[in-house]
Design a protein around this ligand. Structure first.
Ligand SMILES: [Zn+2]
Length: 207
């Protein structure tokens, strides 16, 4: 119970930091998945403040260190899918004393590891994201990293806003969990009210 309360307080603090930074937007949004939603997270607005980034991710580091100390987890490096995962990976790696790399999309949209970054055979990798919605970009990065001989062991993020049925295949360490109303475009409650939508931070825009 004590642990649950502590976890809840930490999550509330992350939400508070997101609100303070205007990183949690409310309105009508077209997500990169094609679905519509009533909230959108622009974590870059939180991560622009290094002290807030450090504070928001501290509970994630604490949870990871607990698993590491218990012998249930080992991590050699942190990899964030660009752009959203770069600062998250860097800050987690800084607090964990590990290197941070990033994957990025090439001109065809395929996820790649470039810039001379290398993965050693068997290296245990923590994937770091700003927001996890479906886990798709983590999966795409994992495919690249595993092809290079790495082993993805866990996923960390600032906001876990997955639908209950969106599973990921690794243990997930979120700074906060938020449920967001979202709909198929054809079935969107906000479209039915003729509220225009905006398309923030989609993959096409983040290049
Ligand atoms: Zn809509």
């Amino acid at each position: 119970m004590q642990d649950n309360n502590q976890q809840k307080n930490k999550e509330n603090r992350t939400l508070e930091l997101l609100r303070q930074s205007e990183a949690m937007l409310e309105g009508h949004f077209l997500l990169s998945s094609g679905r519509h939603s009533d909230r959108y997270f622009q974590c870059a607005r939180l991560l622009q403040y290094p002290d807030r980034a450090a504070e928001a991710l501290a509970p994630v580091v604490a949870a990871l260190k607990e698993e590491i100390a218990a012998g249930r987890l080992a991590i050699d490096l942190v990899v964030g899918p660009a752009i959203g995962g770069i600062i998250v990976a860097y800050e987690l790696a800084r607090q964990l004393g590990l290197p941070a790399l990033f994957t990025e999309r090439d001109d065809t949209g395929a996820m790649t590891l470039r810039r001379g970054f290398e993965i050693q055979q068997g290296q245990r990798i923590l994937i770091a994201e700003d927001v996890v919605t479906t886990g798709k970009s983590s999966e795409e990065s994992a495919a690249v990293l595993e092809q290079l001989g790495g082993q993805v062991v866990a996923l960390a993020c600032v906001v876990d806003r997955r639908a209950p049925d969106a599973q990921v295949r690794w243990p997930i360490f979120p700074a906060c969990k938020v449920s967001v109303a979202n709909w198929d475009a054809a079935d969107c409650a906000l479209c039915k009210q003729q509220i225009p939508y905006v398309k923030p931070g989609s993959r096409k825009f983040i290049t």
